[in-house]
Design a binder for this molecule. Structure first.
Ligand code: AMP
Length: 208
């Protein structure tokens, strides 16, 4: 199964991806996670990406496209993949299509997790992540409920940056909804519900 997860930051793409990974054992390719790992490791890529990420802006297409193409060349993606947070611009979507055509691995679905922007602001400013296992929780989690690791707030989850990320989504990424509708692979799912209920719809859409 070759899947793209679409939706604004905080719509729940990471949460749904984790459930898909658990059930279908597909590699989860999150460009945000890859960039955060590069920042943490202090690599050239991380140094280039950090200022864009801190401001809630997009890292330039030429940086991110190469990263994803390299990742798709790894053997674990032969069984399929879940792309989370990529593509985010039309140029990225076009580059992805070209690469997948070359690999003869077309997309099966572009799943849009649809959530109202004001709900997202509330969700993201309350979001906390586990430093050890990446669990996504909330300000109510003193320690990670999965592994007892330390919970932290992402630098870009403050309200001003969240609002900028939503503006960037509106301008640069939301046109991809029509793009994938035109390719006949778009499935839109109401993401403003319990994550398990959302997942039931995700699974049905993928296995129907
Ligand atoms: P995310 O974890 O998906 O919300 O991504 C965090 C940040 O990483 C974004 O706000 C961007 O600065 C950067 N980023 C992640 N994916 C992309 C992408 N496909 N294109 C450009 N920038 C990205």
């Amino acid at each position: 199964m070759n899947i793209v997860l679409l939706g604004a930051p905080g719509a729940g793409k990471g949460t749904q991806a984790a459930k898909l990974v658990e059930e279908f054992n597909l590699p989860h390719i999150s460009t945000g996670d890859m960039l955060r790992a590069a920042v943490k490791a202090g690599t050239e890529l991380g140094k280039k990406a950090k200022s864009y990420m801190d401001a809630g802006n997009l890292v330039p297409d030429e940086v991110i496209i190469g990263l994803v193409i390299e990742r798709l060349a790894e053997p674990d993606t032969q069984v399929g993949f879940i792309l989370d947070g990529f593509p985010r611009t039309t140029a990225q979507a076009v580059a992805l299509d070209a690469e997948l055509a070359k690999l003869e691995r077309p997309l099966d679905a572009a799943l849009l997790i649809d959530v109202d922007p004001e709900v997202i602001v509330r969700r993201l400013t309350a979001r906390r992540m586990c430093r050890d296992c990446g669990y996504i929780g909330s300000a109510a989690d003193a320690v990670c409920p999965k592994c007892a690791g330390e919970m932290y707030q992402r630098d870009d989850d403050n309200e001003a940056t969240v609002r900028n990320r939503l503006d960037v989504y509106d301008k640069s990424t939301s046109p991809l909804v029509d793009y994938y509708r035109g390719c006949d692979v778009l499935v839109s799912i109401d993401g403003d519900r319990d994550p398990n209920v959302v997942y039931a719809d995700v699974k049905q859409a993928l296995t129907a």
